[in-house]
Design a protein around this ligand. Structure first.
Ligand code: CP
Ligand code: NVA
Length: 307
């Protein structure tokens, strides 16, 4: 029974063909949402959301999305469940997955979500780990397509930390055929083996963030200090000082370039207010699209491809 389950633990769990389906489906689901037209294929289905780290967008988008699909939601955090009192993740997975149809987890190590999935009777979705944030990149690429068409052959500039977002962009570039220009401060580089890449063919590393932005179709960044790394805050502030996306970097990019940030953002740190609040920024569409793509994702994991 468990062999047929598909999880979404990292971007490379799906093929280019799966993504083509998801993007088309998300567009349809979004259109229906805007027209106040019901789309309820998941009546009587339940999603458990487990948060071991804080969230605004992920919680609201999954919770509102699941209700809109006709289902319901159970919300758990480390503090208010036995997860915070050292119940083994494997036991939690066995119990929770007997009662719900789908599980979304935001946690620390990728190994933890993998352990949960290995003992789960139902599909598990990665709502962010230290290593990956696949739902966010799903939304980001959907947003790019809405504004500019296919991302295949385009160039994405990553300016900042070699973190979960950077790793996921790199995985996506291998699957969907685009290029990533990566610029991180030294000591914060992407690690190809952590990112789980097949090769280094889809990305190029730049010391100077301005050079990474040159000619890019999309410039994107993220916080200097991700959740779980707060103890490094001061060291990171010093190391990342030159990795602030500013108007000069946007001028180096393609004149039509978009700016994205998964949010929450720190204006004056990783991005200037003029950029994130400027005309090239699509951060609000990007945030809203989390809900539409995740509705398509939940439908896909539970029902496959509708005929
Ligand atoms: N981008 C994102 O995942 O936001 P939250 O941390 O608010 O969920
Ligand atoms: N890289 C950030 C993303 C937050 C949505 C973090 O992991 O905290």
């Amino acid at each position: 029974m468990t062999s047929a389950i598909r999880h979404y633990l990292q971007f490379s769990d799906f093929t280019a063909d799966d993504y083509a389906h998801l993007f088309a489906r998300a567009a349809l689901i979004k259109k229906k949402f805007k027209a106040y037209e019901r789309h309820q294929p998941l009546v009587d289905r339940t999603l458990a959301m487990i948060f071991e780290k804080a969230s605004t967008r992920t919680r609201v988008s999954f919770e509102a999305g699941m209700y809109q699909l006709g289902g319901s939601v159970v919300h758990l955090t480390t503090g208010d469940s036995q997860l915070g009192r050292a119940e083994p993740i494997e036991d939690s997975a066995k119990v929770i997955s007997r009662m719900v149809d789908l599980v979304m987890i935001r946690t620390y190590e990728q190994t933890k979500i993998e352990a949960f999935a290995a003992h789960s009777r139902v599909p598990v979705i990665n709502g962010l780990t230290n290593e990956f944030h696949p739902c966010q990149i799903l939304a980001d690429i959907f947003t790019f397509i809405e504004h500019r068409g296919s991302i295949a052959g385009k160039t994405v500039a990553w300016v900042g930390d070699g973190n979960n977002m950077a790793n996921t962009w790199l995985q996506a570039s291998e699957i969907l055929g685009f290029k990533v220009h990566v610029s991180t401060p030294s000591g914060y580089e992407v690690d190809q083996s952590v990112a789980g890449l097949r090769s280094n063919a889809s990305y190029q590393v730049f010391k100077d963030p301005m050079e990474a932005c040159r000619g890019a179709d999309l410039v994107t960044t993220d916080v200097w200090t991700s959740m779980g790394y707060e103890a490094e805050n001061e060291t990171r502030r010093a190391a990342f000082a030159d990795w602030c996306v500013d108007t000069e970097m946007m001028r180096a990019a393609h004149p039509d370039a978009l700016f994205m940030h998964c949010l929450p953002a720190h204006r004056g740190e990783e991005v200037e207010a003029e950029v994130i609040d400027g005309p090239q920024s699509v951060v609000w569409d990007e945030a809203e699209n989390r809900m539409h793509v995740q509705k398509a994702l939940m439908e896909f994991l539970l029902l496959g491809r509708p005929a």
